[in-house]
Design a protein around this ligand. Structure first.
Ligand code: FMN
Length: 188
């Protein structure tokens, strides 16, 4: 079952060109672009249409500084941080079972990826960050107990870096990870 049309769709180009950015310039990010990123997240698939994610947008330099201090995973100086928070009061009200619990974090991933791809389209740099101290972030952002900060996306204009050739990026090949029809099945 091989694809017949070899011409890549633009979305595929964006998926392939996106790489995390860990060095940002001092240029600020236009509000319109931030709105576009949030809009991209709004359209992400969410299990059962439950919509548990909330977004805190931080661009105030003092708050950015504090968030960096609470986040060993932030290795650079972004202009904006979007903190995705899970509304745990909704989680409680919906009485999630074990398999639903997992979907909470899948929803986080779909929103994150939409933001990352939209950022790439807008020629912004971005990086997801999960290495941060939740309790500290909770205090810095004045979050209610029912808002769990679960993901940060750091954003800014990328400082041009020596680009890594796509052929040098070590990804598993499809043959290594895909099984056709059954375990171990090969493509024809
Ligand atoms: C769930 C998740 C958590 C991540 N947390 C961090 C982090 O705390 N700090 C960081 O610098 N990068 C983080 N990253 C970025 C990964 O390191 C990066 O995506 C990976 O090295 C592959 O690089 P690429 O996205 O450019 O292909 C995270 C990525 C994901 C998907």
């Amino acid at each position: 079952m091989k694809p017949t049309d070899s011409s890549p769709a633009p979305i595929f180009e964006i998926i392939k060109s996106r790489r995390v950015t860990r060095k940002f310039s001092h240029e600020s990010v236009p509000l319109l672009s931030i709105h576009r990123l949030l809009e991209a997240a709004r359209w992400a698939p969410t299990a059962g249409m439950r919509r548990l994610n909330n977004y805190i947008v931080v661009s105030n330099p003092k708050s950015l500084h504090k968030l960096r201090a609470a986040s060993p995973g932030i290795l650079s100086y972004p202009q904006v941080i979007i903190v995705i928070c899970i509304d745990t009061s909704k989680v409680k009200a919906l009485a999630f079972n074990d398999s639903n619990q997992r979907s909470i974090y899948v929803d986080l991933g779909t929103a994150t990826e939409n933001i990352l791809l939209a950022a790439e389209e807008l020629k912004l740099g971005a990086c997801p960050v999960m290495a941060f101290h939740k309790a500290a972030v909770q205090i810095i952002l004045n979050l209610p107990d029912t808002f769990e900060p679960a993901m940060m996306i750091i954003i800014g204009h990328p400082v041009p870096q020596k680009s890594i050739k796509q052929s040098h990026i070590k990804l598993p090949t499809l043959d290594e990870t895909v099984h056709w029809e059954n375990y171990g099945g090969k493509t024809t």
